[in-house]
Structure formats: structure tokens, C-alpha cells
Design a protein around this ligand. Structure first.
Ligand SMILES: *[C@@H]1O[C@H](CO)[C@@H](O)[C@H](O)[C@H]1NC(C)=O
Length: 261
């Protein structure tokens, strides 16, 4: 009897397995189950994301370049860009303080890899720390040794390198900003060599009007948009206050999960 049950289980698991592996060898399409990257068609890789879907499935490794589908002659607000939340909170980021980090990570790619894979919006949390501006995944507006990721200048220099190597690309930074040091952000953006790409707040449309054409922003080399969460910095440092220019819609894992399933 015990033996029969065992056999039954084997048959059952073989059946399940054959359902699970309905594709392989580079034939699995978007969101098909997979066991390794080579199962997926070109442009996809095998990934598990418990918050989004069950098991391992083929997902996109890079974006579709919308400027190749169309061209860049529309207003900036007519395009959509992939944006990473806590772009700096990266798995395996080496420690930059004397103590191990005790905080949550959100990304696997470095910022340079994110940009090369098509990310054009980076959400960064900026703090006063060690007499400088740092990126930290922290709480109550205070950065600690154990919540610090890295000095902001390191990440900003990666962004500068990308903008310099890709003269037709535009990058948007959305800062959850806790920097109180006067001109602290202005100094670190200047030191990173990013001011030459700065899109001036005076050219940003208010009241829902169209933005300039992407082609004009590129021609003028105004290819870095920076938004802060601190209202007063629009006056004091010329850094756009996020909610003067943006709206946010409600999107959550639940809704995404519902669409996938
Ligand atoms: C961009 O594409 C549209 C649609 O194909 C076309 O009408 C327009 O002339 C193009 N603009 C440039 C500058 O190539």
C-alpha cells in the first residue's frame, strides 16, 4: 500500500513537472515558467519575484526603446520611462561605514546597469551625513552608519558618466530629500559635474502644459531633471519641488498581481 502511494506520488509529480516545463531551450515567452535563462527567448531572462508571481518566469531584461519605435520629436511628457524605487539600495553594495548595513535593499543592478538597461528615472533618498550628502535607506530623516549606502557623489558620478556617454538620453531624479545643509545638494551636483546638464526650473511647465520637445531638450543639452520633496528648495536652490510638476497614480503589487494572474 505504502509503495503504491509512493508510485502515485511519482506519477503525479512527473505530470506536474511536465506541465511546469511546457517550454525550454529558448522558447519560453514573457511570464512563462522557466528554470534557467537559456529557457527564455532573446531579451528575456529567468527570474523569481515572490511579490509579483509564483515560481520562476521569463521577464524582460531591457526596455523597448520608444525613440526607435517613434522618434524624439514629441513633448517630454508624451513618453513613459522606467523608474527604479530606491535605485541606490542595491544588493551587495560594499559597506562605506565601519558597521554592517542593517536595512532593506530594493535593486540588484548597479545604477550604471540600471541606466544601461533602460531605466531613465531614479528615486534617491538624500541625507546629511558625515558632513556630506549620502544616500541612505533610513528613518525619521536621519542617516546612521547602519542605514547608509554610499556618498551621493559616487552615484551622481555614475549618472554623469551615462549622460556624457549617451548624448541623446534624458535622466530624471526624484529625491526624497532630507538634506538641510544650505546648498548641500547644489554643491554635490556641482562636484559631480552634473550642472552642465541641468534642466532649469524656469523652463518647466506648470498647470499641466506640455513639456519642451525631447529633441529640443537634447539639442540644448538640458538632459537632467531633478525634483526634490522639499518645497523651499525651489526658491532657495532652483531645484524643482516635485509636487509642482508631478502627479502620482495608485499602483500596488496587488493590482499588478491581479493583471499577471
Ligand atoms: C517623427 O515621426 C513622425 C511620425 O512618423 C513624423 O511625422 C515626424 O516628421 C518625425 N519627426 C522627425 C523630426 O523626424
Amino acid at each position: 500500500m505504502a509503495r503504491r502511494e509512493c508510485l502515485l506520488l511519482l506519477v503525479l509529480s512527473a505530470t506536474l513537472f511536465s506541465f511546469g516545463a511546457s517550454c525550454s531551450n529558448g522558447e519560453c515567452r514573457l511570464l512563462d515558467e522557466c528554470s534557467s535563462d537559456s529557457d527564455c527567448v532573446a531579451g528575456l531572462y529567468c527570474f523569481s519575484c515572490p511579490q509579483g508571481f509564483s515560481g520562476s518566469r521569463c521577464v524582460r531584461s531591457t526596455i523597448t526603446d520608444q525613440f526607435k519605435l517613434w522618434n524624439n520629436s514629441l513633448p517630454f511628457n508624451k513618453y513613459a520611462f522606467l523608474t527604479t524605487h530606491n535605485a541606490y539600495a542595491i544588493d551587495g553594495e560594499p559597506p562605506h561605514t565601519p558597521v554592517p548595513r542593517v536595512t532593506v535593499t530594493n535593486q540588484e543592478d548597479t545604477v550604471t546597469q540600471q541606466l544601461n538597461n533602460g531605466v531613465r528615472g531614479l528615486m534617491l533618498d538624500t541625507y546629511d551625513f558625515e558632513g556630506d550628502v549620502w544616500l541612505c535607506h533610513s528613518f525619521k530623516g536621519q542617516c546612521y552608519d547602519f542605514t547608509a549606502f554610499e556618498p551621493a557623489i559616487d552615484t551622481l558620478k555614475e549618472i554623469e558618466a551615462f549622460l556624457s556617454a549617451n548624448p541623446a538620453e534624458i535622466v530624471t531624479l526624484i529625491l526624497e530629500d532630507y538634506v538641510q545643509a544650505p546648498n548641500g545638494l547644489t554643491k554635490v551636483f556641482t562636484d559631480a559635474g552634473l550642472m552642465k546638464y541641468w534642466f532649469p526650473v524656469s523652463n518647466m511647465p506648470k498647470n499641466g502644459q506640455d513639456w519642451p520637445l525631447v529633441s529640443d531638450m537634447v539639442a540644448n543639452n538640458q538632459r537632467l531633471l531633478v525634483f526634490t520633496s522639499i518645497l523651499s528648495k525651489e526658491q532657495s536652490e532652483g531645484i524643482a519641488y516635485q509636487w509642482n510638476y508631478m502627479v502620482e497614480n495608485q499602483c500596488c503589487v496587488h493590482a499588478c498581481k491581479w493583471r499577471i494572474n
